[in-house]
Design a protein around this ligand. Structure first.
Ligand code: TXA
Ligand code: MG
Length: 311
């Protein structure tokens, strides 16, 4: 057992805050059974207290104790995707208090696969409430350095675990009502879920449970950011050349001071996305221009994050 992980579990037991790596993004963890610890977590993030938070576990059995009903669909998805980048909303059991569900009847459950997250959750042995380890309104952290930029001095320990492999937050599927609803797209796609469940998955509707990732502008950088269709990128650059930072698929353009070239493969793109947005945001330009990815299903999750960041 890594001594840092043992120390992290002790901090959680004492009501403290531990940032830890997951395969999606870094999480800011607190004991999900402790109102005081969860309140500290919200304060550190600067997040409104009525927002629900996902509870993390080492395995499905523990996770399902937090649900009062576990539908067959949840078991099928757990068998296929856990541990991994999928969060399920299920009807809560008495263990899931209002301070983790935001007073809603559903609780968000996730079993991450990152070895450091797994080690921590096994050592702690209970549920860990964890939103992404960034300040409310900034992009999620995919390295320990990102976490320190945002939360230095506000957390008791940051566990190191390299760059997150998936790079964007988990897929969220709501299984608390009669029909499955996708609340947040991610690496696990709606199509994959449909093929396991043999049933249609609908997209978020207006009266779906409130969740902060669903706010129109949530993952926002400070610099003004515009999502530009590929065929308009050149014209936009010509208009603004001097003070523009660009995220695009093509090679750097000489007129532009700051250019990050992104991979054409959606998962490789997602992996680098938040680090790239932080870097562009730090470049001190007036505007960030982002070349819009293709309008195809494999880009749904990336396009969702880019649209939110652009507001
Ligand atoms: O990949 C992830 O899910 C990361 C890592 C750390 O696990 N966590 C994460 O947490 O992205 P957070 O809090 O940044 O985003 C979770 C989203 C929020 O939009 C929250 O409102 C929603 O999930 N959520 C959590 N519990 C919910 C619930 N009971 N009902 C509806 N939405 C819920
Ligand atoms: Mg977040």
């Amino acid at each position: 057992m890594n001594p840092e992980v043992r120390r992290a579990a002790q901090i959680l037991r004492a009501g403290g805050l531990v940032a830890f790596p997951t395969e999606t993004v870094y999480g800011l963890g607190a004991d999900a059974a402790s109102a005081v610890a969860v309140a500290r977590l919200y304060a550190a993030k600067g997040r409104p207290a009525d927002h629900p938070v996902i509870v993390h576990f080492a395995g499905a059995e523990r996770a399902f104790e937090w649900a009062r009903e576990v539908p067959a669909a949840a078991r099928q998805l757990a068998a296929k995707f856990w541990p991994g980048p999928l969060t399920m909303i299920l009807k809560r059991s008495a263990r899931a208090k209002d301070f983790v569900t935001g007073g809603q009847d559903g609780v968000g459950l996730r079993v991450p696969s990152h070895p450091v997250a797994q080690a921590l959750l096994r050592e702690f042995g209970a549920g860990v409430a964890a939103p992404s380890a960034n300040l409310f309104g900034t992009v999620s952290p995919t390295t320990a350095a990102h976490v320190r930029q945002d939360l230095q001095g506000k957390v008791d320990l940051v566990l190191e675990g390299g760059a997150s492999e998936v790079g964007i937050e988990s897929t969220i599927i709501d299984l608390s009502a009669a029909k499955p609803v996708l609340l947040r797209p991610g690496k696990v796609s709606a199509q994959e879920i449909e093929s396991i469940l043999q049933q249609r998955v609908s997209l978020r509707t207006a009266d779906a449970p409130r969740h902060s990732g669903g706010l129109a502008r949530h993952y926002a950088p400070r610099t003004r950011m515009r999502l530009v269709p590929a065929h308009q990128l050149d014209a936009e650059i010509a208009k603004r050349a001097a003070s523009v930072a660009v995220l695009a698929f093509s090679r750097p353009d000489e007129r532009v001071d700051y250019w990050i070239r992104m991979p054409r493969q959606p998962q490789a793109y997602a992996q680098r996305l938040y680090a790239a947005l932080r870097e562009l945001d730090g470049a001190g330009c007036e505007t960030m221009l982002i070349e819009a990815p293709p309008d195809t299903p494999e880009w749904t999750a990336v396009t969702d994050r880019l649209s939110r960041a652009a507001g």
